[in-house]
Design a protein around this ligand. Structure first.
Ligand code: NQM
Length: 346
C-alpha cells in the first residue's frame, strides 16, 4: 500500500511479503522507490519525505500488536538506512495493519501498540474506527499537508536514547566542537542543535535559501561527521542521522523555532521525533536552547516547535521527582490516508 503518514508518504509492506535476507530485501525496496536522484523508475518522489518504506508484521512481543521497521531510501545514493525511526511513517502503521487485516478494529477507536524495531521502543496509536471501520475523514489539519482528515494520536513511551543509548549521548548538555556550541540529544531522533546565529543566520530563512547555501551545508557536515562517533553512532558518513537542527527564538508564540537538515536537505517542516527531541532539549537549562526559550513549567506541557511551514505541537507527561525532568510519555497528533493498494513491479 502507498500511504501518507503525517507529512511524509511511503510504501507499506507486509513483512511476510519480503525476503528475510536483508540484502535481497533492500534491493527490492530500492527498485520499488527508485535508485537515481529523481527516482524516475520507482514510486518515490525524489525527496527524503517521499522515499520511505514501512515493513509491518505481527509482533512477538507480548505487549505489542505489530512490529514496524522503518527504512529510509537515501535519495540518489542507491542505498537504504535503517538507523533512525520515522514518526510520520509510524502514523500510517495503524491504517496499514487494519487495512491488511493484521488486526481487528473496535468501536469507536482502536488502540494499537507498535513495537518500533529501529529502536525497540513502543508507541501506542489511537486510530478512529467508528463501527469497527477505519475512517480517514475528519476535521484535523496538520502543517505540511493540505486539507483535513481524521486525527490519530501517537503516544510514545520511553524514547530517551532510542538510537544512541542515552538522552545526551556525548554525556554533556553542551559541547564545543570546531569552535561551535552544540547540544547532542536523542529523545527518539538523534539530533544536533546549533544556534542559527552562530552561523550568522536569523533562523527564519526558507528551506530553499538554506539548501542553496553550500558553505553552511559544508560546515554542518563537518560538525556531523565529528559528532557521529561522540553520539555512539560511529562513522555517520553513510547514515541519515544525526540530523542537524538550527534553532532560534520563536516568532509565532511557540517554544522554539527550527530549521532541520535531514541530514543534508532542509526539512519543509520538522520530523515527529525530531520535534520531540528539540522540545526535550528545551527542558534543560544548560543546553544551547538557553536564552532562546521560556523554560516549560508543570508536569503535563504542550510545546509548540516552529518550523518553515508552521508549527508542531507535542504533549509531554513529565516526571519531575528527580533532579532533572524525564519525559515519560510524548504525545503527538497526526493524520494518515491510504493512497493506493496494488501490485508493485520491480
Ligand atoms: O523525526 C523526517 C519526517 C521525518 C522523520 C526526517 C520523522 C521523525 O518528517 O520522526 O517523522 O527527519 O527525515 O517524516
Amino acid at each position: 500500500m502507498h500511504i501518507r503518514g503525517g507529512s511524509s508518504k511511503g510504501l507499506y509492506f507486509l513483512a511476510s511479503d519480503l525476503p528475510s535476507d536483508t540484502q535481497e530485501r533492500d534491493q527490492i525496496l530500492l527498485s520499488a522507490i527508485g535508485r537515481d536522484d529523481r527516482q524516475i523508475d520507482g514510486l518515490g518522489g525524489g525527496d527524503p519525505l517521499t522515499s520511505k518504506v514501512a515493513i509491518v508484521g505481527p509482533s512477538l512481543r507480548p505487549d505489542a500488536d505489530v512490529d514496524f521497521l522503518f527504512v529510509q531510501i537515501v535519495v540518489g545514493e542507491n542505498r537504504v538506512d535503517t538507523t533512525p525511526n520515522c514518526g510520520n511513517i509510524l502514523a500510517g502503521v495503524g491504517a496499514f495493519a487494519l487495512e491488511a487485516g493484521l488486526l481487528k478494529a473496535t468501536h469507536p477507536c482502536t488502540l494499537i501498540a507498535v513495537n518500533m524495531l529501529n529502536s525497540d521502543k513502543l508507541c501506542e496509536l489511537i486510530v478512529e474506527t467508528p463501527d469497527g471501520n477505519i475512517t480517514y475523514d475528519g476535521d484535523t489539519s496538520i502543517d505540511g499537508v493540505p486539507g483535513f482528515s481524521a486525527p490519530l494520536i501517537c503516544n510514545y513511551l520511553d524514547l530517551a536514547g532510542a538510537v544512541c543509548g542515552a538522552l545526551f549521548p556525548s554525556k554533556h548538555f553542551t559541547d564545543t566542537v570546531h569552535g561551535t556550541d552544540v547540544t547532542c540529544i536523542d529523545n527518539g531522533m538523534p539530533l544536533v542543535l546549533i544556534k542559527a546565529s552562530d552561523f550568522g543566520l536569523s533562523g527564519r530563512e526558507s528551506p530553499a535559501e538554506l539548501n542553496a547555501n553550500d558553505e553552511l551545508k559544508q560546515r554542518l557536515e563537518t560538525l556531523r561527521l565529528t559528532l557521529g562517533p561522540m553520539m555512539n553512532l560511529g562513522d555517520v558518513k553513510a547514515k541519515s542521522v544525526p540530523k542537524m537542527c538550527l534553532i532560534s527564538a520563536p516568532t509565532q508564540g511557540g517554544l522554539i523555532n527550527t530549521r532541520t537538515f535531514i541530514p543534508h536537505v532542509c526539512h519543509a517542516a520538522v520530523g515527529v521525533l525530531g520535534a520531540v527531541s528539540v522540545a526535550t532539549a528545551c527542558l534543560f537549562k544548560d543546553t544551547v536552547t538557553a536564552g532562546l526559550v521560556a523554560m516549560p513549567q508543570g508536569d503535563t506541557v504542550t510545546l509548540s516547535v516552529e518550523h518553515p511551514s508552521g508549527e508542531f505541537s507535542v504533549q509531554f507527561h513529565l516526571d519531575r521527582s528527580q533532579n532533572l525532568p524525564r519525559v515519560d510519555k510524548a504525545g503527538v497528533v497526526r493524520t494518515a490516508r491510504l493512497l493506493s493498494r496494488g501490485t508493485l513491479y520491480i
